[in-house]
Design a protein around this ligand. Structure first.
Ligand SMILES: Cc1ncc(COP(=O)(O)O)c(C=O)c1O
Length: 367
């Protein structure tokens, strides 16, 4: 039997649980804040789709001025292309015959930008380009110190750009970098300084490219945990901050991100009160992630999340009497990205009522 969906206008408190809830007004305010912040600095916004996984959410950020979407994986880009989104930056390098076949198909309905950090990627893309009508847009990833993908700033990147320039089927679009290792530096000044240093890798490479006569129209960087600092540096032409429109405790507490509201929550029900000190809810690790940051109970300082098992969440009663069996408890996710991926639907609320249900169409598109 298919899961029964609640009727629109149902009171949020009456939704069956556990379920993922978006506060639509808070979401729209967050979208407005990020979009305005970047617009004021003349930086384009290309939000990361990896935590949204929902076409409806993407429509909202595009309507607010986002120029396109950043995708972690080709599968996410395919899904968005199916829904008419064309300007897609795929930030994981594509490797293997199956991916290249899929890229050829994707280009029939979208204009993706793909990332490379090795000449082998370029050779594979040349094969794909030979089977399409227009050049493939390519960015080179620079390793800003995260030590994941990417070439080091400078000569290695210039050589790759020159190689791309020799391929009639490829169009060099610019550089991409991700300062993900610098998000949680507690001291605000130190964080700014370290991010500025890291972004010099992009600026330096851009300048070297220009000196060799290679224009570098795009520099893509930044995420929610760094977007204000990175945008202010005037190096990135576009910022990839995505999850901040939903917001979570990792961004607020560990990355020190201010000015964005918690628009995402997980609604749960108290299913057991085995003793005065403890309440148990119907949401554990299969519903929300405790990694990076534990979730917190929304609006209740008498309750604290103690630990999560697979299907249960254990709350400590900080101040008695605590909730009764059947009471609704909302949790603010510790990390939204690892929480949304566990769900099929966003239940979108406004003024305490359900107003929309958005499927997470890209759930499972990890390919
Ligand atoms: C390449 C890249 N850009 C940006 C981000 C930031 O995304 P968000 O703003 O959703 O945290 C990430 C996060 O892992 C990333 O890997």
């Amino acid at each position: 039997m298919a899961k029964r969906m609640p009727a629109i206008r149902t009171r949020l408190d009456d939704l069956d649980t556990p379920c993922l809830v978006i506060d639509r007004d808070a979401l729209d305010r967050n979208i407005g804040r990020i979009s305005q912040f970047l617009a004021e600095r003349g930086v384009r916004w290309r939000p990361h789709f990896k935590s949204y996984k929902s076409v409806e959410l993407v429509r909202r950020v595009l309507a607010a001025g986002a120029v396109g979407v950043t995708c972690a994986k080709l599968g996410e880009a395919e899904l968005l292309a199916d829904h008419g989104v064309s300007d897609l930056l795929i930030v994981s390098p594509l490797a293997g015959r199956a991916k290249i076949e899929r890229l050829v198909e994707l280009r029939e309905r979208a204009d993706p930008i793909v990332v490379v950090d090795h000449v082998d990627h370029i050779v594979a893309l040349e094969h794909a380009a030979a089977r399409g009508r227009s050049p493939i847009r390519v960015v080179i990833e620079i390793d800003l110190g995260l030590q994941r993908c990417g070439v080091l700033p400078g000569t290695a990147a210039v050589e790759l750009a020159q190689r791309i320039g020799q391929s009639p089927g490829l169009q060099f679009e610019g550089l991409m970098g991700w300062e993900g290792h610098l998000l949680t530096i507690a001291d605000a000044e130190e964080k700014k300084r370290r991010i500025a240093e890291a972004l010099q890798g992009l600026a330096h490479t851009r300048d070297m490219l220009r000196k060799t006569g290679i224009p570098c129209p795009t520099i893509s960087a930044g995420g929610t945990g760094s977007y204000q600092i990175t945008a202010d540096l005037g190096i990135a032409t576009e910022i990839e901050a995505g999850g901040g429109v939903l917001m979570d405790l990792f961004y607020r507490e560990k990355c020190g991100v201010q000015g964005l509201e918690f628009a995402l929550s997980v609604q749960t029900t108290v299913i057991s009160r085995p003793c005065p000190e403890r309440a148990v809810i119907d949401a554990g690790r299969k519903t929300l992630s405790p990694d990076l940051h534990l979730p917190a109970v929304d609006g209740r300082d008498d309750l604290a999340v103690q630990w999560l098992s697979a299907e249960h969440g254990v709350l400590r009663i900080v101040r008695p009497p605590g909730p009764a069996i059947g009471d609704v408890v909302r949790l603010i996710p510790g990390y939204g990205d690892w929480t949304t991926m566990l769900h099929d639907h966003y239940f979108v609320g406004q003024n305490g009522r359900l107003v929309e249900i958005w499927p997470l169409q890209a759930r499972g598109r990890l390919d």
